[in-house]
Ligand binder design. Sequence first.
Ligand SMILES: [Zn+2]
Length: 267
Amino acid sequence: MSVPTYEVYAIRYARRDARRHEHFVGGDPHDAPMPMDYFVWLVRNAERTIVVDTGFTAEVAGKRKREYIRTPKAGLALLGVKAEDVREVVITHMHYDHVGTFFDFPNATFHIQDDEMNFVTGRYMRHARFAHSIEVDDVIGMVKALFKGRLAFHKGADDIAPGVSVHHIGGHTPGLQSVRVHTQRGWVVVASDASHYYENMETGRAFPSVVDLGAVFEGYDKLRRLADSPEHIVPGHDPLVMARYPAVSKELEGIAVRLDVMPSRKA
Ligand SMILES: [Zn+2]
């Protein structure tokens, strides 16, 4: 039997202004604006709907001074997905901007790496350097979900569905995982924060939020092994994703793009 294909979407739910030196270990000699986008991703075909990450809430956006566009749930609704109908959610990692609206998916199983739950319930949370990107209420919520049998644990690589798999990367957080999806253009890898920007992986300069720098560099290689080409790797926070991929429709320009079609090289 042939492997099924899926449509893949990036949905932008928030953004912020930032500068280049904030996005590279060791800074950057050219200090210029380099804004950051915040995404959730949708993987679907006629049989299955899989959501990758759940973003953050308006409340957390206010607290952390991010520009909130809409809830991930509202973004998904624009693509015809009802959050309460979603059964499978991949949590790439437990940072506030990836797990924050988990409660909007009351019927979902959350796919997460062993290492990530260990990380956010373990000794490193004593250190502000690591804890500041985590909302404790998100951790409590996921522990409650665990006791309701709603967490699916993965250690390394695992299939979520035929043609959709998670792959442990680590580095940025110990249990960071990326998602590999079979599409009409081949194997696409939703890297999430295995590479925040195209430039991080392309120039081998890591994003400064990091637990294990070596694992970040190993991760860039792993992304390239998993994807059909570098143009099949989708970084986690790069506004170029919105520029390179086509909008889902005229109405969704600046909101949602199709990742299962080839990006343009113009942007
Ligand atoms: Zn992130």
